[in-house]
Design a protein around this ligand. Structure first.
Ligand code: UD1
Ligand code: UDP
Length: 382
């Protein structure tokens, strides 16, 4: 019997990053693939599964509005435990640092099923930022059997914490696999306003925000900063695909009402979003995934956070940490939109996070671990 690999995921970024791995597992003759979604996200998760043609085998459908961290955790553990009992997987794959990811890892661990951690070893060094993700990743590291690190930096973090070298493989980040399968395709925008923007010569400032530690005052400041930038740069279009979270919308959107050069949209389907990334002049974000994707497209990224677990593109000069202070956001965006020399310094295409082969390396690493194949794995180097 082939080893049965269960992939568990629940939010948009996990779905994007596991999609190429699920495909690679399905194509492999060595494994049987089972997929479980928790439904921590609903619309934003379904949107990704639809794009990649993935129909999950199980759906816990846990999302509720105003869900607390404890509720998500409890619902995932309880729901997944019953599926683990029925499916009896050989190993469980989790991705990253969401509540779904860590709760699923624990549920598997409690049943003594080996946990394979994708995107292992990211660390900001501050347990409260990103919250609760830094804690989630560290907990998953403690119980994972195989750690698939995207970069040498993340591998070094794991070694520092005492993870054995033999349990780590540097694969690159599977987000770059996903990006490369969509970005060149020029998928049409479902919103005609975005299609006419794409056909115009207008500069685009693409903005995303959602982080829990930025909820409240910091996010209000982001809204005020965007309104000031829109007024100062009337020839630039600000595009904000709004996260579905009502807390985020209530903090940011009231500041943007009536401004003619701000387009607020629903979350864009992944193919549309990556096309918008490639059309944009500057990206302003607190997203983890966007910090990984935009550098490979040569787009300057201003990150509205105090720290990052993704230092590689900061070192390369394409990403700058600017925090959430309103004045600093206005100042840094203004500089990039008005100073071509500063812009050119940041607009470098760099690929520290992957080369599009991470899911192939992931499947090889799992095969080596579970079946004992002695295939050589060409680890990712940036
Ligand atoms: C979650 C993850 C975060 C990840 C982010 C990606 C945790 C603790 N947080 O944060 O690490 O960066 O996803 O976006 O795991 N909602 C909808 N429809 C959707 C998605 C969300 O209505 O498709 C609303 C719901 O009201 C939900 C709320 O957003 O209660 C918050 O969702 P939740 O998953 O708790 O937190 P995120 O901020 O999305
Ligand atoms: N993304 C998307 N549509 C959008 C905004 C983002 O498909 O409207 C993608 C983006 O390309 C990236 C991922 O969603 O791959 C990031 O998700 P998010 O910022 O919600 O979570 P994080 O990466 O911060 O955990």
């Amino acid at each position: 019997m082939r080893p049965r690999i269960m992939t568990v995921y629940g939010t948009r970024p996990e779905a994007i990053k596991v999609a190429p791995v699920i495909r690679a597992l399905e194509e492999s003759a060595h494994f049987e693939s089972v997929t479980v979604v928790t439904g921590q996200h609903r619309e934003m998760l379904d949107q990704v599964n639809e794009l990649f043609g993935i129909v999950p085998d199980h759906d816990l459908n846990i999302m509720s509005h105003g869900q607390t961290l404890a509720q998500i955790f409890a619902r995932v553990i309880d729901g997944l435990d019953q599926i683990l009992e029925k499916e009896k997987p050989t190993a469980v794959i989790v991705q990253g640092d969401t509540s779904t990811s860590t709760a699923a890892a624990l549920a598997a661990f409690y049943r003594q099923i080996p946990v394979i951690h994708l995107e292992a070893g990211l660390r900001s060094g501050d347990i409260s930022s990103p919250f609760p993700e830094e804690a989630n990743r560290k907990i998953t590291t403690q119980i994972a059997a195989l750690h698939l690190a995207p970069t040498e930096v993340s591998k070094a973090n794991l070694l520092t914490e005492g993870v054995l070298n033999a349990d780590i493989v540097v694969t690159g980040n599977t987000v770059i696999d996903a990006l490369l399968t969509t970005v060149g395709k020029e998928l049409p925008f479902s919103d005609p306003a975005l299609e006419s923007l794409a056909a115009s010569e207008r500069r685009i400032l693409l903005v995303t925000t959602h982080r829990r530690e930025n909820w409240g005052g910091a996010m209000e400041g982001v809204g005020r900063a965007l309104a000031r930038i829109a007024t100062a740069f009337p020839e630039t279009e600000i595009v904000l695909p709004a996260h579905r979270n009502p807390i985020v919308r209530e903090a940011v959107l009231p500041h943007l009402v009536g401004l003619p050069n701000i387009t607020v949209t629903e979350p864009l389907a992944y193919g549309e979003f990556t096309r918008m990334l490639s059309l944009s002049t500057v990206i302003l974000t607190d997203s983890g995934g966007v910090q990984e994707e935009a550098p490979s497209l040569g787009k300057p990224v201003l990150v509205m956070r105090e720290n990052t677990e993704r230092p590689e593109a900061v070192t390369a000069g394409t990403v700058r940490l600017i925090g959430t202070d309103e004045e600093r956001i206005v100042a840094d965006v203004t500089e990039l939109l008005s100073n071509p020399i500063e812009y050119a310094k940041m607009a470098n295409a760099v690929n520290p996070y992957g080369d599009g082969e991470a899911s192939r390396r992931t499947v090889s690493a799992i095969r080596n671990r579970l079946i004992g194949s002695s295939d050589h794995i060409d680890e990712f180097t940036s």
